[in-house]
Design a protein around this ligand. Structure first.
Ligand code: C5P
Length: 398
């Protein structure tokens, strides 16, 4: 990304401060940022902050003698690999859709021959207004790309779609566009990933769970999203941040995880990383068990559904590629190969959990077991292993 250049148009809105954070992310990645600040944008962030973070001059006026002398507005519109509009206000969107050129930002958008990415931000009613939706459709037909908006609470006190997505998500969309389609072999593919432990209640305050951190599953979801996949991550209770661009569904029990996995179909690939509790208490108690009440309770257990085996046998809805995990303590390859057959999946990724630092730690040493044979991968950080797995998935689905 070192020699890449972004022309960042900052529109006016409360969310404009996120453009400052975005500028920082871009600069940290070595991407050059040349900012254009609209009049409305300058009501929310100052040219000084933007210039300092971008480490470049801020352009504001169409009719500025010095700016025109140093770099004409036409040249400015061509000086980058990508034009990013963040926040893209209803006004900027309307101007761009209508082909207006009354100020520097809209002139730049009209004069450019470079790809454009817009991150909309506006009040929910403004976003939902047919005029805005018409403008968005026009711009999409013209080849403009969009990231967001998010849905949520707004500075104006209303709730709904229209929030600017977080800077990290805009950054990821920028990187994806700068890298081009070759770097996104999973574009258009859907992926389902389960991760973390499950929690099976005994009573309202107690339950059965395990020590899975969710790290490996979250890293795989992130790696698949980076390659362009549309990822649904079904997570048990873990303290992991949601990877950028990933749709996360939080669940507690194995049965909820199964239902969420089935709801995420159809999917091209299913990666079942979760450490699902094998058993649950037959019937969880509705009120807290009291120790005064005649000694420890007798708990009856029943088996949980096997999510991996169920989805492997889901007929026409089965993902093309189903991948299971096996945490083993001995005879790793032998046990994992038996699991491949028993569960009906295509690959098993096996690891030896007696190795220090694997369970809950940052590293993993895995075997990839397929019908064709076994590969032993070098011990590496979990996100590196995730990258390798995602690359193999892309190759298999290619
Ligand atoms: O049988 P075992 O738990 O060792 O198998 C591990 C694999 O099966 C993992 O991929 C895990 O996510 C999946 N699994 C599941 N549902 C279960 C138990 C395991 O999806 N109830």
């Amino acid at each position: 990304m070192k020699d890449k250049r972004v022309l960042l148009i900052v529109g006016g809105g409360v969310a404009a401060y996120k453009a400052l954070l975005l500028t920082r992310l871009l600069r940290k990645a070595g991407i050059a940022v040349r900012p254009i600040l609209t009049k409305a944008g300058a009501e929310f962030v100052t040219p000084l902050s933007l210039a300092a973070l971008a480490e470049d001059k801020v352009y504001q006026e169409l009719f500025s003698l010095t700016d025109e002398h140093e770099m004409g507005h036409i040249e400015l519109s061509r000086s980058a690999d990508l034009i990013v509009v963040a926040p893209a206000t209803a006004d900027l969107i309307a101007k761009a859709a209508g082909g207006f050129a009354g100020d520097l930002a809209s002139t730049t958008l009209l004069a450019t021959d470079k790809p454009v990415l817009m991150a909309p931000a506006m009040n929910v009613r403004m976003w939902l207004h047919p005029a805005t939706q018409r403008n968005i459709a026009t711009l999409k037909a013209d080849g403009v790309s969009f990231v967001g908006p998010d849905e949520g609470a707004m500075a104006c006190g209303e709730f709904g779609p229209g929030r600017l997505v977080e800077p990290e998500e805009i950054f990821a969309a920028i990187v994806a566009m700068l890298e081009g389609p070759a770097a996104r072999p999973l574009q258009g593919k859907r992926a389902l990933v389960t991760a973390g432990p499950t929690f099976e209640p005994i009573d309202p305050v107690r339950g059965i769970t395990n020590r899975s951190s969710g790290k490996q599953g979250f890293a795989i979801a992130e790696a698949l999203a980076k390659l362009g996949a549309e990822v649904t991550l079904i997570a048990g209770p873990v303290a992991q941040p949601t990877p950028v661009g990933v749709k996360r569904v939080d669940v507690e029990t194995a049965r909820q995880m199964l239902a969420a996995s089935q709801a995420a179909l159809p999917s091209d690939v299913g990666v079942f990383v979760a450490a699902v509790a094998d058993w649950r208490v037959d019937e969880a108690f509705g009120t807290k068990l009291k120790k005064e009440k005649g000694g420890p309770p007798a708990l009856t257990f029943v088996e949980n559904p096997d999510i991996l085996a169920t989805l492997s046998a889901s007929g026409p809805r089965r993902p093309k590629l189903v991948i299971g995990f096996a945490a083993e303590t001995d005879h790793v390859e032998e046990h994992a190969r038996a699991k491949l057959a028993r569960k009906g999946c295509d690959w098993i990724i096996a690891n030896d959990v007696t190795e220090p630092g694997v369970m809950g730690g940052g590293e993993n040493a895995v075997l990839l077991i397929t019908q064709d044979g076994t590969e032993r991968w070098d011990r590496a950080a979990k996100d590196q292993v995730a990258g390798q797995i995602a690359a193999r998935i892309a190759k298999a689905l290619g």
